[in-house]
Ligand binder design. Structure first.
Ligand code: MRU
Length: 349
C-alpha cells in the first residue's frame, strides 16, 4: 500500500521530509501553524493536494492555540494565521481551497463553545486528509480504463502518494491499473531542477514494485519517436475553467511532444484543483523559485557564480493539448468549459 506522507496522531502532524528522499527517510513533527507554513514553504511537503492537507492541519493548529472571548475575537485571530499559510506557495489552488474550507467550517460552527469549535476544525482537517485518499482511489478507478492491458506510460514530476494524502493522482491511476491486473511500465522524467521524478516518483513506485525507469527530461521526445510511450499522465496544480492546466515546469513541453507523436496526454486531478474562478491559464500565478535550484545540485555548483537564472516552478499546458482530465467524479474530454463545470457541480451535490 502506498505511503501516506502526512500523518496525524495525538495532536501532532508528522510529515516525511521530501527534500531528503530517497537517501533518508526522516519524519518531522509539527504542532504549530507557523511550523506547517515553514514545511510548505521549504518543500518538506509538496504536491498540490498534500499542500492542501498540510494547510488544513496548520489551520487547525492555529485554531487550537487561540484563546478568544467570542467568535468575532476568534476570527480576528484565526484569519491572519490562515493568511500566513496561504502566503507559502502561490500556484497550487488546493492550498487556498483547503484554507477556505476550514474558514467556512469555523463560520458554520460559530455558535459553539471555543473548545468544541476547535475540535470541529481538528476533525475537518482529519477528514480532508482521509477524503483525499478516497478521492484518489475513485480517480484511479475512472482513469485506469484509459490504459490498455499493457502500457508504457510517461509521467512528469511526482503526482503520487507523496504529493497527496496518499495513493496519488496520476500515480493513483497507474496504481489502479496495476491493481486491475494491467502490465504498466512507467517512465519518470527526472524533473529538473527539484528532481521530483528521479527522487520521489522513482522511490514510491519502487516501494510498490511498479516497474519504473528514470529518464532525463530531454529524453522524452526520443522515447516517443521510438514508440516507447503509449500514454502520458500527469497531475495538476491548478486547472482553469477552460481546461488549461498548470503543472510542474516541463509539463507543457511533454504535452507538445505528445501531440506531435499522436500520444494521449492525460491529466489526473481532484475537483479541488479546478479553479472555475479563472477563465484561462494566463491568469494563474506562477511561482518563481530560488536561482540556486538551477545553478546547484545539492552542494555541487553547476553554473558559473553570478550567472543570470530564470526558475519558474510551473508552466501552463493549453487545454487543446489535453486529451482528457480525470477527476473523482469522472472524466472530462473535449468541451472542458462545459464538462469541468458539470463535474464540479456533480461533486458539490
Ligand atoms: O513544486 P511541487 O513539487 O509542489 O510541484 C508538484 C507538481 O507539480 C505536481 O505535479 C502537482 O502538484 C500534482 S500532485 C498530485
Amino acid at each position: 500500500m502506498a505511503i501516506k506522507p502526512i500523518l496525524y496522531e495525538d495532536d501532532v502532524c508528522r510529515m516525511i521530509d521530501q527534500r531528503l528522499l530517497p537517501a533518508q527517510e526522516v519524519w518531522l513533527d509539527y504542532t504549530t501553524y507557523q511550523g506547517v507554513a515553514e514545511a510548505i514553504y521549504t518543500m518538506v511537503v509538496r504536491g498540490a493536494p498534500a499542500i492542501g492537507v498540510a494547510a488544513a492541519f496548520g489551520a487547525s493548529f492555529a485554531a487550537s492555540a487561540i484563546d478568544a472571548t467570542d467568535y468575532d475575537d476568534f476570527e480576528r485571530q484565526f484569519i491572519p494565521c490562515c493568511d500566513v499559510l496561504a502566503a507559502t506557495r502561490p500556484t497550487a489552488v488546493n492550498l487556498f481551497w483547503a484554507l477556505d474550507r476550514m474558514k467556512k467550517v469555523a463560520r458554520a460552527h460559530q455558535g459553539l463553545p471555543l473548545a468544541e469549535l476547535q475540535q470541529r476544525l481538528r476533525d475537518e482537517a482529519i477528514e480532508i486528509a482521509a477524503e483525499d485518499v478516497r478521492i484518489n482511489m475513485a480517480m484511479g478507478q475512472h482513469g485506469q480504463v484509459l490504459f490498455g492491458q499493457q502500457a508504457q506510460v510517461l509521467t512528469h514530476c511526482n503526482a503520487g502518494a507523496l504529493a497527496t494524502g496518499g495513493y496519488g493522482t496520476a500515480l493513483g491511476v497507474i496504481r489502479a491499473a496495476v491493481e486491475a491486473g494491467k502490465k504498466i511500465e512507467v517512465y519518470a522524467d527526472e524533473t529538473r531542477p527539484f528532481w521530483q521524478g528521479a527522487r520521489l516518483t522513482a522511490w514510491e513506485l519502487q516501494q510498490d514494485q511498479i516497474p519504473v525507469t528514470v529518464i532525463c527530461d530531454n529524453m522524452a521526445g526520443y522515447l516517443m519517436q521510438q514508440g516507447k510511450i503509449d500514454a502520458v499522465i500527469v497531475g495538476a496544480d491548478r486547472i482553469t475553467a477552460n481546461g488549461d492546466v498548470a503543472n510542474k515546469i516541463g509539463t507543457y513541453t511533454v504535452a507538445v511532444l505528445a501531440k506531435e507523436h499522436g500520444i494521449p496526454f492525460y491529466v489526473a486531478a481532484p475537483l479541488s484543483t479546478i479553479d472555475l474562478n479563472l477563465a484561462d491559464g494566463s491568469q494563474i500565478p506562477i511561482e518563481q523559485r530560488d536561482a540556486r535550484e538551477v545553478t546547484h545540485c545539492g552542494d555541487q555548483q553547476l553554473a558559473p557564480a553570478g550567472v543570470g537564472v530564470y526558475n519558474p516552478a510551473f508552466d501552463v499546458t493549453p487545454a487543446r493539448l489535453v486529451t482528457a482530465i480525470i477527476t473523482e467524479q469522472g472524466i472530462g474530454q473535449g468541451d472542458y468549459l462545459t464538462q469541468l463545470a458539470q463535474l464540479v457541480a456533480k461533486g458539490a451535490q
